[in-house]
Design a binder for this molecule. Structure first.
Ligand SMILES: Cc1ncc(COP(=O)(O)O)c(C=O)c1O
Length: 484
């Protein structure tokens, strides 16, 4: 039903929409989705193409108001069914979570309050809570009282921020003068997330300045790192930072942070750890050993929207010395930032790329209050245990082959059938298999290239996923493969 659009009408609509009834209708819709996805018989994902979905929404700009009921109905019938159902127990695809319910419900309040954490005066409680949460996380990382950081939109921004701070330490004049013709080198594992090389491009170092270190068992070869730093030293080449990975994207493997930190200390090089995926191991008594040595890193990227199962978006960058990140953004904005010389800077805008800065901290604070750090650690263990269980199951099946033993909740494997095909044929088969299986709607997995082979990959980010679900995914894949 269309309505007229005088300002008076709109003001009435806004007041009507501000009621608990309308709010509850949206919440009820989300809860309906959470309920429906318990049914394993429902589709995990859509079979529609981008073209057919775009036809559904191919309509003129809505010039007049529609009833809230009609909009909710469209969300129910046109948006939810063909979205990816990350809450379905057999969605084991990308590293995006089935988010914690208490954090989901907090999102409405975050939007209602609409605080910008960039400046204390715009978000008094939000700013203080962000400092509180950052301090808790710094303590988990073993950082001392002079550490700090900020929440980010995710790992990509966290890595970019940390490397900007590293650039500031290595080239204090680069902010004003640029990096010049002979920029320093950035060293990272060959398995590093593309956000690292992207940052090198964005920071003006250029992709040519990135030196990848080969991997051994999908983690950085520390001996090769040492040799690389030695030869760079002989060539008198400056090194801006070494980036290690804790929970790599492809296999969820952890670099040996303590050994890498020892090498970096020996050369006086900034160590950044990309723990976007694996940082939450710090919450787990079983897995925190994988982060051993993290307190020696100068900076750390850690995404609560990954293994702390927060809804998008919630990232974090932590630095051992808060002044490093403050120095990185040496800008003044007198209309916003008012701290006097020597005063503690509460405004997070002084240490962030963002000006408007959403108070994602609210959902993080709620999740920590509701489930507790130990509860979230237990959840981390549970998700990793599911991946291990799947790995053991694959070990007992002749038609599949695991590519590695999981160190977290990610597992790469491939279908090998009766083992009569060569590697090229298996690459093609696994490529088609993933596509065909995902279209079936009974489950949803990802794929990657690993050690020169096309392989299947699962990431278990859903507390509902059970061993039976993972067995069903393997059965479904095998059934699909036999039709190819
Ligand atoms: C290891 C690693 N680092 C960084 C990122 C980028 O994080 P985001 O997507 O939050 O920007 C990812 C994303 O998957 C990742 O796996």
């Amino acid at each position: 039903m269309r309505m007229s659009k005088t300002s008076n009408d709109i003001l009435k609509l806004i007041e009507a929409d501000a009621s608990a009834d309308v709010g509850s209708a949206f919440t009820a819709l989300a809860a309906e989705y959470l309920e429906q996805t318990r049914d394993r018989g429902t589709r995990v994902s859509t079979a529609h193409t981008p073209q057919s979905l775009s036809e559904r929404f191919d309509e003129p700009l809505p010039r007049n108001a529609h009833s809230i009921d009609s909009i909710i109905e469209r969300l129910r019938t046109e948006v939810i069914p063909d979205s990816n159902h990350l809450y379905h127990p057999r969605y084991v695809g990308h590293q995006v979570s089935a988010p914690l319910p208490a954090a989901i419900w907090t999102e409405a309040l975050t939007a209602a309050l609409n605080q910008s954490v960039a400046v204390f005066e715009m978000s008094p409680v939000g700013t203080v809570l962000e400092h509180r949460v950052i301090r808790w996380m710094c303590e988990l990382a073993g950082y001392g009282p002079s550490s700090g950081g900020t929440m980010t939109t995710g790992g990509t921004e966290a890595i970019f921020t940390a490397l900007l701070a590293a650039r500031g330490a290595s080239m204090p004049d680069a902010w004003t003068d640029g990096v010049g013709a002979d920029p320093p080198v950035l060293v990272c594992g060959e398995h590093a997330h593309y956000a690292v090389t992207r940052a090198a491009g964005e920071l003006g170092l250029g992709m040519r300045s990135v030196l990848p270190i080969p991997s051994r068992n999908h983690t950085m070869d520390v001996a090769a790192l040492r040799q690389t730093l030695e030869s760079l030293q002989r060539e008198k080449k400056r090194v801006m930072a070494v980036v290690a990975t804790a929970g790599s994207t492809a296999t969820g493997s952890f670099d040996d942070i303590a050994a890498i930190a020892a090498v970096c200390d020996g050369f006086g090089v900034w160590l950044h750890v990309d723990a976007a995926h694996g940082g939450s191991a710090l919450l787990s008594s079983t897995h925190k050993h994988r982060m051993a040595g993290i307190e020696r890193a100068r900076s750390l990227a850690w995404d609560p929207h990954k293994m702390m199962l927060l809804p998008l978006q919630a990232g974090m960058v932590l630095v051992r010395e808060e002044r490093d990140i403050d120095a990185a953004f040496s800008q003044r904005a007198p209309y916003l930032f008012h701290a006097a010389e020597g005063e503690r800077v509460w405004d997070q805008g002084t240490r962030s790329f963002l000006c408007s800065h959403r108070a994602d901290v609210f959902k993080m604070w709620v999740a920590l209050q509701r489930y507790g750090a130990e509860g979230l650690g237990a959840l981390y263990d549970h998700l990793c245990e599911q991946a291990c269980g799947m790995w053991r199951e694959i070990g007992q099946r002749p038609d599949f082959e695991a590519m590695h033993e999981p160190q977290s909740n990610i597992l790469c494997f491939r279908y090998v059938g009766d083992r009569s095909r060569n590697d090229q044929a298996l690459d093609q088969l696994n490529r088609e298999l993933r596509e065909r299986y995902n279209k079936s709607g009974e489950g949803w997995i990802t794929a990657t290239n690993l050690d020169g082979r096309r392989v299947l990959r699962v990431t278990i980010m859903n507390p509902r996923t059970t061993a039976d679900d993972l067995r069903a995914v393997l059965d479904g894949l095998a059934r699909t493969a036999r039709t190819l």
